[in-house]
Ligand binder design. Sequence first.
Ligand SMILES: C[S@@+](CC[C@H](N)C(=O)[O-])C[C@H]1O[C@@H](n2cnc3c(N)ncnc32)[C@H](O)[C@@H]1O
Length: 295
Amino acid sequence: MARRKKASSIYKNSDNYDIFKEPTSKYRTEILRHKNILLFNGDTLNEKLFKKEFIDLIVTSPPYNVGINYNSNNDELSYENYLDFSEKWISNCYNWSKPQCRFILNIPLDKNKGGQKSVGADLTNIAQKVGWKYHSTIIWNEGNISRRTAWGSWLSAAAPYVIAPVELILVLYKNDWKKTTGTKISDITKNEFMEWTNGVWTFNGESKKKIGHPAPFPRELPRRAIKLFSFVKDVIFDPFAGSGTTLIEAQNNNRIAVGVELDKNYCKLASNRIIKETGALEFNEESYQARRFAD
Ligand SMILES: C[S@@+](CC[C@H](N)C(=O)[O-])C[C@H]1O[C@@H](n2cnc3c(N)ncnc32)[C@H](O)[C@@H]1O
């Protein structure tokens, strides 16, 4: 794997910086500006995508390199190239994040097809090499045990396969774990806090068919991450926006949402889904938004 220098924050944060007022850039195309949501068509591997630190919380699930037929990216890289790809985007996100940013990263525990690989451990190491600090790991129990078919050597110790029907949700942060900036308004209930601070989360995955995307995560995942790890009005970022799940939950939980998606078709899908799931603008809201963007 190519060695890349540990990222130091190359972009400085300005407290009054508002991503909604940023002029257009040739490195990204604005697809949707709706309520408190901005969706761009762009490449998260491009470090010039954003020029300032603007993110309070990243919630994302990158491509897993398991041969999924995405429209615009190759999901069958060599493992070495996949780790290089991961290091590049994780480093870019570090540079675009505010000093107290948290990074909630949904990834596989391991890879079982085409050679066993410790994906979760390798990406945890890469994130730390880039500069992110480790806080903890949540185990997401997807309950998809019925899909198991790969046993290796059936009823024999010759070469059995052990497969855990779980995914990881890494909890990382930039400089300080304690959040002292932002509105300091939390909207999590007592029951939610007690349940979600237990690091085993159990809920089902999302239906690809229902959403029309090959790998959506369920809304419950970003909903929990957003309410547990961010304040109201924080900027939530998803560098692999897909069908827009994170952006919908950010808006519906009174946060500001920014997403980037490489594929134009998924951008369109996300835009339609966002408008459907977050509601059309009210007449008064429309003039408020117009004012907000004008000044
Ligand atoms: C696992 S899916 C994310 C799904 C999303 N969480 C959802 O709920 O719909 C990964 C997404 O990353 C997009 N993608 C792949 N490479 C990208 C890149 N370099 N920059 C931006 N998006 C990319 C793919 O097109 C795909 O939609």
